[in-house]
Design a binder for this molecule. Structure first.
Ligand code: PHE
Length: 356
């Protein structure tokens, strides 16, 4: 029995993998294993002999079993250690470079404009791009026969045969949003409304879809002086330089008086620099909101008054970032987008600087 014990403990110690351990187990304790055969011999022994041999064989069997189990655990631990040694990953390595998308200049400039006006206490309002004839025109004091309707090169939607309600339009400006905002909130109100607008027009500085931001401030003591200050403050913050402005008397049906605003600039070989020079460039329309417009939005014009303005976002984006052709904004040309686009992480803020 001592021989069997040292033989199998030796084999177990020498086994180098799970399959070898299993072989040893079968050789010792399998159905035809050496120790199992010895156990079978017990039946032929005399009771006295069996009293001695039985417990000894059982003890041997237990000892071999626990040696097998211990070796199995040791092998598994060693295998795990080996894997941990050989399979590792440096999670601090940078990833492979991949092309990432960029923020479109229109989105970037919209954010910049919003940041500046938010700092002056303006909220942001939005409205539908398909607008009723009333919100886009009538409420803004542009009645059916008014030439402004024709001038705006409006896109009309289709009405069913026999339906003679006026057709809806693709909004020609974001001014209808000021009506909606006044209806919803009443006065006082300070809000801007950036968004897409549509006019049937196409050349280097006009596309059938473009972007505007409308501004509106209504209270009991608002004058043209407030309008001038707000616009100059905005233009200087946006262009990052003190911008000289020129307010030119103009006409809009929805404001009285009305002014178009030019900024001082300089042309140099076809490119334009803002904030210096002897030229002027028109960037926006503005004025004191017409009493009829306030009344249409259910605000009492004998108590409240205020100003409104409309800026072409694409126009000021072209000026600030030196983009020569408006049409390229909407071509989705990847090379253009990579060149003029902005990093998604470069969020415009007043404290961080508005641009890259
Ligand atoms: N809605 C005008 C346009 O699109 C711009 C504007 C807005 C003018 C507000 C004055 C006041 O041309």
């Amino acid at each position: 029995m001592e021989d069997l014990k040292s033989k199998y403990l030796g084999l177990i110690a020498a086994a180098s993998d799970e399959a070898a351990i299993e072989d040893v187990r079968l050789a010792a304790l399998g159905k035809k294993g050496e120790i199992s055969l010895q156990m079978r011999e017990l039946g032929k022994m005399s009771p006295e002999e069996r009293m001695v041999a039985g417990p000894a064989l059982n003890a041997l069997k237990d000892e071999i079993n626990s040696a097998l189990a211990a070796k199995k655990t040791a092998l598994a631990d060693a295998a795990l250690d080996e894997r941990l040694r050989s399979e590792w990953l440096d999670v601090t390595l940078p990833t492979r470079p991949r092309r990432v998308g960029s923020i479109h200049p229109i989105s970037q400039v919209t954010e910049e404009v919003t940041a500046i006006f938010a700092d002056m206490g303006f909220a942001v309002s939005e409205g539908p791009q398909i607008e009723s004839d009333w919100y886009n025109f009538d409420a803004l004091n542009i009645p059916g026969h008014h030439p402004a309707r024709a001038e705006m090169d409006t896109f009309y939607t289709h009405r069913a045969e026999g339906d003679d309600r006026p057709p809806h339009v693709l909004r020609t400006h974001t001014s209808p949003v000021q009506i909606r905002a006044m209806e919803a909130q009443g006065a006082p109100i300070r809000t801007i409304s950036p968004g897409r607008v549509y006019r049937a027009d196409y050349d280097q500085t006009h596309t059938p879809m473009f972007n505007q931001v409308e501004g509106l401030a209504i209270d009991t003591d608002i004058s043209m002086a407030n309008l001038k200050w707000v616009l100059e403050e905005f233009l200087s913050a946006f262009f990052g330089t003190k911008v000289k402005t020129r307010f030119r008397a103009s006409h809009f049906p929805f404001t009285e008086p009305s002014a178009e605003v030019d900024i001082q600039c300089q042309w140099n070989n076809g490119s334009v620099t803002v904030g210096e020079g002897n030229d002027w460039l028109e960037v926006l329309g503005s004025g004191m909101v017409h009493p009829k417009v306030l009344a249409a939005a259910k605000i009492d014009p004998s108590i409240y008054q205020g100003f409104a303005f409309g800026i072409g976002i694409d126009r000021i984006a072209m000026l600030k970032y030196g983009i020569p052709d408006l049409r390229a904004f909407f071509d989705s040309d990847l090379r253009w987008l990579r060149h003029y686009g902005f990093s998604a992480l470069d969020v415009p803020t007043l404290h961080g600087g508005l641009s890259r």
